[in-house]
Design a protein around this ligand. Sequence first.
Ligand SMILES: [Fe+2]
Length: 310
Amino acid sequence: MIITNHTEHAELGQPFWRLLCSDFHLGSACSDHDAIVRQLQRAKDVGARVLINGDMFDAIGPKDRRFDLSVLHPLVARKKDLAKAIVDMAMEILMPFKDIIDIIGIGNHEETWINYGYNDPVRRVLEELAREGGKAKHGSFWGYIKTSFVVPGHRKRPKHKLLYLHGTGGDSPVTKGTIDFNRKGRNWVYDCLTFGHKHNMVCAADQIADVSDKGRYVERRQLNLQTASYYRNYRQLKDDEVLDQSYAARSAHPPKPIGGVFLCLRPDSDPDTGELVIRQDFMSDVIFPMPKRRKTKPIDPQLQEKDQAA
Ligand SMILES: [Fe+2]
């Protein structure tokens, strides 16, 4: 379990965005690079921090039963050093966004690749990004991102706990992963859960009842956000491509939505209790014009220490 602490300075009501995304499947002929870049650019435009939640790489090598040259992206298919080729490809896509990426985790595709004895391509990308000044961290399979808000004029620092994991199991064509929401909600404490893996996009809001520090009955919203992928299961084939079906099409998976989910957090004053709370909501795109967000103040190491102790 990887814990990441983040301190955010925000006015009351000021939105703070995260782009939660997963399953780029870089290295695959089915990875939609344009969609990835479009969404990362939107994240940059609204000042969002980015979590890439596993399966950033398709990582299908010669030892994988799904492997044949047609599953590889044309830019890497003829490279003998496939491990380097997929990392180079990722660098080209991610480099313009190095300053907004907080965490890159791994998924089952990287795990299989690592188990076959290749090295961790996420670690390689993080090393390359760090060389260029990037601060992104390895997110492993699981982790929490705890965001503490510093609001001018308020001593209390409301916190938001985001639990992420890549996801497991089949693609759940009927229940679409909603059973995982309930399973995770039974054993983990979080304000928002996100996972990918199944390539579905399903978002749900629950209402959780509690008693506040001041002994008042309160309710808060809990979000469960399942992010889709950037892997296109189907495309129109020509006569000389009839055997070039994606491995998802060969398994008769349905077409799936494309993209991640934007999580919006806002510190607010609860009208009933007067206490500072974090409002949260989600959307698959930020479709209204956003003013440029001011730059976040540099983190005060003393304040950060206090947060971690809290
Ligand atoms: Fe995936």
